[in-house]
Ligand binder design. Structure first.
Ligand SMILES: [Zn+2]
Length: 262
């Protein structure tokens, strides 16, 4: 059956050797869509090339909070050019206030300008938030519900935040962290999400879920999405097929402009 991997990075160098085979496997085992997010200016061209090869890959362009110090003087113009040229969303953008991340004020400035651009253009946005919930909520409340909607990827917030995010037109996406039985917080958050706002993702090549067989190189691929689906379905006590169908419907609704370009 068709699946929707709501967040991954197919242009990552760690996947380049196996990309063709990976896409083939994805299509032959049911197909669906993969939302691949850029993280910094140098990977946007690679991402555009991959998305140009297949309708399966839905691209998002953006500057990840880890790379805000690397932007060129013309980065905003550059980003606007990509968003205009091909049907795409904005991402991965966000705030990461864990230790050893770039200056927080700079992170906020780069995040706000990309969020505002997505809002103005009515494009869906893929958001990364780590230990920066207060700042994110302040920015979001100031902006109001997002015109093109968006998702919070690999959600690590608390269950009580979920209704407010949903009211701001956000979907909540869960990664391999749901396969860790010790992560009670993520299980609680998952249960708080409305069924029509729920998404799943692999974040390939990162966030390898707990697998029945260990992977030697530690590299995650979209072929592991069913492992995330299975764990989420078990926590929600629903059949896995229902969860896969629901997250596919939700993903194609949110990324409607990319799956059905005019
Ligand atoms: Zn990511």
């Amino acid at each position: 059956m068709k699946r929707f991997d709501a967040h991954c990075h197919l242009q990552d160098q760690r996947l380049s050797q196996r990309l063709s085979r990976m896409l083939q496997t994805w299509n032959s085992s049911g197909g669906g869509f993969l939302v691949s997010c850029g993280t910094q200016e140098p990977d946007w061209a690679d991402l555009m090339a991959i998305a140009g090869r297949t309708d399966t890959v839905l691209p998002c362009f953006g500057v990840h909070p880890w790379y805000v110090e690397t932007v060129s003087p013309a980065w905003e113009e550059n980003l606007g050019g990509y968003l205009e040229r091909i049907p795409s969303g904005v991402g991965e953008i966000g705030l990461d206030f864990t230790s050893a991340t770039p200056d927080r004020q700079l992170q906020e400035a780069v995040f706000k300008s990309q969020l505002a651009l997505a809002h103005t253009l009515g494009l869906p946005v893929s958001i990364h938030i780590r230990k920066a919930w207060d700042s994110f909520i302040r920015i979001l409340k100031h902006m109001g519900p997002l015109a093109g909607g968006g998702l919070i990827h690999s959600f690590s917030g608390s269950a009580d935040m979920v209704p407010m995010f949903e009211r701001h037109n956000l979907y909540i996406s869960f990664s391999g962290t749901v396969t860790n039985p010790g992560n009670k917080k993520v299980g609680k958050a998952l249960k708080a999400v409305s069924r029509d706002r729920l998404l799943i993702e692999t974040d390939s090549p990162d966030l390898l879920p707990r697998l029945p067989e260990p992977v030697e190189d530690g590299i995650n691929t979209p072929a592991n999405l069913p492992v995330v689906a299975e764990a989420a379905a078990t926590l929600l006590e629903v059949p896995m097929e229902i969860l896969v169908q629901q997250t596919f419907d939700n993903g194609t609704r949110l990324f409607n402009r990319l799956t059905n370009p005019v």
